[in-house]
Design a protein around this ligand. Structure first.
Ligand code: PMP
Length: 296
C-alpha cells in the first residue's frame, strides 16, 4: 500500500528503492521510541505541485529533534528540497509525505550519535474518511506535559494514540477524543479538536496538545471569515450536545464529527462553521480562490 517496486525513498543522502531500505535492529528508536517525524501533504495546485506549509512542518521537525536531544544535520530548506525531489522522482501530486528521524544502535537511555533521516511519500485518502465521525471520550489521557514534550512529534508518543484509537474502534466508534492530565478536552489521537456553540468556535490552548499546523491554518481561515475562535480549557460536558465539532490535522484535514459518546451535535454539518472552514481549507491548500464567505 505504501510503496511498490518502483517507489524511491530518501535515506541518509541516497535515493534507493523502498523495498531495499532497511534499518539496524538495535536502533534506539525501535526499542525505546526516541525518534521524531512529520506528516505533510502536497497538493496539485494551479501553480503546480505544492507542499502545504512546508516550512512550518520542517521547523516543527527540527524543534521536535531538539527536544529529544537529536541533532539533525539538515536545514529546513534542505529538507524541503529533498521532499520536492521525492515527489518529482515518484511522480506524485496529491501525496502524504512522511519524514522520519530515527536513531542508530544504542541500548542505553542516552542520546545517540547516529542519526538517520528517511523520507517517503504515498497517495493517501483523507485519514478519517469523508463521513461524519462518531467519537467517544477515551479512557486514555494524553501524555502529561510534565512527563514528556507533548508539543513535539515524537515516535513513542504514538503508543498513546494507538491505544486510544484501538479502544474507540473496538467499541464501535470511529475515533477517540482524549482529555489532558487535568481532565479537560485535549485532542484526538492524531488531530486537534474544535467545537462550536452559539456562533463561537472553541479549541484547547497550547500546552497539552500538539500545536497543529492545520489548527493554526483553521484559526487563520476563521479570522478571514470573521468567525470568533476562543482558545480555552473546556470539559466534555460543555462539548456534548453543542452545535458542531470537528478534528483538524494534515492527514485528516477538516473532519466533521456527528456525535460524541452517542450524543449528536445539534446543527446539520452543512450549516456549521466547521463545514464552511472545511470547504475553505480545501481551497486554501490548492491555492484556489474562495468566494463564499457567508454562511447560508
Ligand atoms: N495532534 C496530534 C496528536 C497529531 O498527531 C496531529 C497530526 N500531526 C495533530 C494534532 C495535527 O497536527 P497537524 O495539523 O500539524 O498535522
Amino acid at each position: 500500500m505504501y510503496f511498490n517496486e518502483e517507489t524511491l525513498v530518501y535515506l541518509n543522502g541516497k535515493w534507493i528503492e523502498a523495498s531495499a531500505a532497511s534499518t539496524n535492529l538495535y536502533a534506539q528508536t525501535l526499542h525505546y521510541g526516541s525518534g521524531v517525524f512529520e506528516g505533510i501533504r502536497s497538493y496539485q495546485t494551479e501553480d503546480g505541485v505544492m507542499i502545504f506549509k512546508a516550512r512550518e512542518h520542517f521547523d516543527r521537525l527540527l524543534y521536535s529533534a531538539g527536544k529529544m536531544h537529536i541533532s539533525l544535520p539538515y536545514s529546513a530548506e534542505e529538507l524541503e528540497a529533498v521532499c520536492y525531489e521525492l515527489l518529482d522522482k515518484n511522480g506524485l501530486q496529491n501525496a502524504y509525505i512522511r519524514p522520519l528521524v530515527f536513531l542508530g544502535p544504542n541500548m542505553s537511555l542516552q542520546p545517540t550519535q547516529e542519526v538517520n533521516f528517511f523520507v517517503c511519500a504515498w497517495e493517501w485518502e483523507k485519514y478519517l474518511g469523508d463521513q461524519l465521525l462518531h467519537v467517544m471520550t477515551s479512557s486514555y489521557q494524553r501524555p502529561n506535559p510534565k512527563s514528556c514534550h507533548v508539543d513535539a512529534k515524537v515516535v513513542g508518543h504514538y503508543t498513546n494514540s494507538i491505544l486510544a484509537t484501538t479502544e474507540a474502534k473496538q467499541k464501535g466508534y470511529d475515533e477517540a477524543l482524549l482529555l489532558d492530565a487535568n481532565g479537560y478536552v485535549a485532542e484526538g489521537p492524531g488531530a486537534n479538536f474544535f467545537f462550536e456553540k452559539n456562533g463561537i468556535l472553541y479549541t484547547p490552548p497550547l500546552g497539552n496538545i500538539l500545536p497543529g499546523i492545520t489548527r493554526s491554518t483553521v484559526i487563520e481561515l476563521a479570522d478571514e471569515l470573521g468567525f470568533e475562535v476562543q482558545e480555552k480549557y473546556f470539559t466534555i460536558d460543555e462539548v456534548k450536545g453543542s452545535d458542531g465539532a470537528f478534528f483538524t490535522g494534515t492527514a485528516a484535514e477538516v473532519a466533521g464529527i456527528a456525535s460524541l459518546d452517542g450524543v449528536s451535535f445539534r446543527a446539520k454539518w452543512e450549516d456549521t462553521m466547521g463545514s464552511e472552514l472545511a470547504r475553505m481549507y480545501t481551497y486554501r491548500v490548492t491555492s484556489r480562490e474562495y468566494n463564499s464567505f457567508e454562511l447560508v
